[in-house]
Design a protein around this ligand. Structure first.
Ligand code: HSE
Length: 414
């Protein structure tokens, strides 16, 4: 067996998890790969004097770039600035790069894949979506015979944990967020998770791979879960739904519709019962039909699991790129249909004096609506679900309703 040298850039949670997992299962991994491997460098600006891997630590990127023995590099630093520059230079030198960096892939995936191909190496990012869940490789390899019609996913563990606590323990959003922060799921600045930017980047990657053109974050309508209240959670439950933050991309026949937003998910849909920090991705395609991928979407060893899987693939495919892992650049978003031109059912909660008096008016605006019951509902509150209507039309009717009531909430259904 030949010996391949690897480098790891970033010795944080995922980086240290990758190194630990690699050495824990080294014999097994090498047997499966058919190559001996070793980690030669770990790049990090911090000092780790007590680490058992201290002899591998370097602060100098050039040690990795200029070492011809190093064939595969894991970029586990995150962010865009240094990660982009380092990744590009490594690929240009013919070194394969493996990453969990969703921000970088969502912004530069097409360019970095093309750079890898031009230099006879690979850019792999299984760990960038769904943590340890195998989804990138199934999408471009196992499902290569299918046309993908739709992808709907719970792509963020932190927000799924918060919503689970709201649904099952009746914690308010603020209390559930605090708990998520105490448990180390949410950052001190939780915006990337709770405002939907993190799942938006993941949806970009899945959508680009499934539909063949680079989908940038700015092409996707993105809203988070900050405004979801326990009132909404209770009304949704009474109507037979759980509220989930859903990344959804669908080929409508006249364009792709792509959104990340909270949705009422029918309890009969498998995504409705995916709880805590788990992620799940439901792929609908023409030959297979539905396939559900579920598991731990974040965390040290789940994410390291995907990184190490990519290392094995990169070592196996030295000097040959994986042709199917690719998508084309996109110059504009003309292949994306505005999400409000799509038909959707929405949940609406309003406040008005004697709200029940508005029922006939609401029916005249929307057609047949489902009014949702609630125990001890106050007289100034009403919630309902509209039929399937183009969303711009729903908004026009809501504007008329707003002349007689305060529209407190509008949430789309899945
Ligand atoms: N903050 C992310 C999550 C980590 O909660 O899912 C994985 O991207």
């Amino acid at each position: 067996m030949s010996l391949t040298k690897i480098a790891v850039m970033g010795f944080g949670v995922v980086g240290s998890g990758t190194v630990e997992l690699f050495y824990k299962n080294k014999d097994l991994i090498e047997k499966r790969c058919g190559h001996e491997m070793d980690i030669k460098y770990i790049l990090d600006l911090r000092d780790f004097p007590d680490s058992p891997f201290a002899d591998k630590l370097t602060k100098n990127f050039d040690d990795i770039l200029n070492d011809d023995e190093v064939k595969v590099v894991c970029e586990l630093m995150g962010g865009k600035t240094f990660a982009y520059d380092y990744t590009k230079r490594l690929l240009e030198k013919g070194k394969s790069v493996v990453t969990s960096n969703k921000e970088l892939v969502a912004a530069y995936g097409d360019e970095l894949i093309a750079t890898a191909k031009a230099n006879g190496c690979n850019y792999f990012f299984e760990a960038s979506v769904g943590g340890g869940i195998p989804i990138i490789r199934p999408l471009h390899q196992c499902l290569a015979g299918n046309k993908v019609e739709k992808i709907a996913g719970i792509l963020n563990g932190t927000t799924n944990f918060i919503l689970t606590k709201m649904i099952y323990d009746q914690l308010s959003f603020d209390d559930a967020l605090k708990m998520a922060q105490e448990l180390g799921y949410a950052e001190r600045d939780p915006s990337a998770d709770v405002d939907g930017f993190d799942p938006c980047r993941k949806l970009c990657i899945l959508g680009s791979l499934a539909f063949g053109k680079h989908i940038y974050p700015e092409y996707i309508h993105c809203s988070g879960i900050r405004t979801i209240s326990l009132d909404d959670v209770e009304y949704a439950a009474n109507a037979g739904y759980n509220i989930k933050l859903i990344g959804l991309i669908e080929d409508t026949g006249d364009g792709l519709v792509a959104t990340v937003c909270p949705r009422l998910v029918p309890v009969s849909n498998p995504l409705a019962s995916v709880n805590d920090v788990n992620n799940a991705i439901l792929v609908t395609c023409d030959a297979l039909g539905d396939a559900l991928f579920i598991g731990k979407g974040a965390g040290k060893f789940p994410t390291a699991s995907a990184v190490v899987g990519d290392i094995v693939d990169a070592v196996k495919h030295q000097n040959a790129d994986i042709c199917s892992l690719t998508w084309a650049p996109s110059k504009d978003n003309s292949f994306i249909k505005h999400y409000k031109q799509d038909k959707v059912r929405v949940y609406v909660r309003i406040q008005a004096n004697n709200a029940d008096d508005l029922k006939n008016y609401i029916t005249s605006l929307f057609g047949f609506v489902d009014f949702i019951p609630r125990k001890y509902r106050s007289a100034d509150e009403l919630a309902f679900i509209t039929p399937d209507i183009v969303e711009t039309e729903i908004d026009k009717s809501l504007a008329l309703l707003a002349e007689k009531a305060t529209v407190k909430k509008k949430i789309r259904l899945l």
